[in-house]
Design a protein around this ligand. Structure first.
Ligand SMILES: Cc1cc2nc3c(=O)[nH]c(=O)nc-3n(C[C@H](O)[C@H](O)[C@H](O)COP(=O)(O)OP(=O)(O)OC[C@H]3O[C@@H](n4cnc5c(N)ncnc54)[C@H](O)[C@@H]3O)c2cc1C
Length: 291
């Protein structure tokens, strides 16, 4: 891609960036190119440039909920990883930019004895990616304490209240938006209790979730069932396909043992879907976005 727009000349742009730098699945291959804006001005300039030129793009945070396909790799990515990060507080209100990790927000909240992020902190995502994906853990959702977000729309910054967002279990109406920042209202609580909850959650993850390259749970839990249990009952735990593997520790996790491609992981996703439907007549719905 030839960059001629002077507004974006200074923005870092890497052609043929490796997918393993963009997605925690660490699959093989490269994408067409990635912009790494440093601040909102650069981000806005990049989005305007791509929109004006009808260039397909995808914004990405930590890439911990996205499996990039060869088709998706043909588009341009905008990463929020190097975007100017801020976390500001005004009493119990917390203002955060989109590329900040949940863990960072938790640490800052803990210092102020503010509760709201201790159940979410183990999710390895950014604020933008988490809101877009409707992520949650341990009975909490990113929307529980959300007040509003600021998004970029038609070249302008727009405030959207939580009441104007449609969201549910691991879903939101914010796909294809550009989230710039978010504001949360948190609760003052005992600092020791907040920390203890976080540590218990971390211990639960260490005990029950596998290490390695993954995007966490592959499938949403169907109403009344655990996706992991259904997959396990189909005898698929520890099944491998080339360098991809259905985890022995948690059947709803697919692990890239190092060299797996998009197709190797997709093969196991399709196998789980097929076998769970054959045995239980339940259709599994992906939690991980296949882009
Ligand atoms: C080990 C592990 C454990 C996990 N545990 C959990 C869990 O307990 N609960 C859970 O819900 N998830 C879990 N996940 C999945 C994942 O971490 C979450 O979905 C996370 O919130 C995704 O954030 P991200 O920044 O990585 O988003 P990405 O994967 O980068 O992007 C996800 C989506 O958000 C969009 N997006 C990213 N940034 C923005 C932005 N600024 N504006 C608009 N859209 C944006 C992308 O376009 C994409 O559609 C886990 C993943 C791993 C690897």
């Amino acid at each position: 891609m030839k960059i001629i727009d002077k507004d974006i000349l200074d923005v870092e742009f890497i052609t043929h960036e490796k997918i393993n730098k963009l997605s925690t699945f660490h699959t093989k291959g490269v994408v067409k190119g990635v912009f790494y804006p440093k601040n909102s001005k650069e981000l806005i300039a990049v989005v305007n440039h791509l929109t004006r030129n009808n260039i397909k793009f995808k914004i990405i945070g930590n890439g911990s909920n996205i499996l990039i396909s060869p088709q998706g790799a043909k588009s341009i990515f905008i990463s929020t990883k190097k975007l100017y990060h801020y976390i500001r507080f005004k009493e119990s209100k917390c203002f955060v930019s989109s590329g900040v990790s949940l863990n960072q927000v938790y640490i800052h909240c803990l210092r102020r004895s503010l509760s709201g992020f201790e159940n979410l902190a183990g999710i390895p995502g950014t604020i933008g990616g988490t809101i877009c994906s409707g992520s949650g853990a341990f009975g909490s959702s990113i929307f529980d304490h959300l007040d509003y977000i600021r998004i970029l729309q038609d070249g302008k910054i727009k405030k959207i209240k939580k009441s104007d967002i449609e969201y549910g279990y691991r879903s939101s109406s914010l796909k294809n938006t550009i989230i710039l920042s978010a504001c949360f209202t948190l609760e003052k609580k005992d600092r020791q209790d907040i920390r203890e909850k976080y540590i218990n959650n971390c211990n639960f993850r260490i005990k029950n979730q596998p290490k390695g390259y993954s995007c966490g749970s592959i499938f949403k839990n169907p109403e009344g069932f655990s996706a992991g249990w259904l997959i396990e009952k189909c005898g698929l735990k520890n099944i491998t396909h080339k360098d991809a593997c259905i985890s022995e520790k948690h059947a709803n996790f697919i692990i890239n043992n190092d060299n797996a491609s998009f197709y190797d992981i997709k093969y196991l996703i399709d196998l789980c879907k097929k076998e769970v439907y054959r045995r239980f007549s339940i259709r599994l719905d992906c939690e991980v976005e296949i882009y």
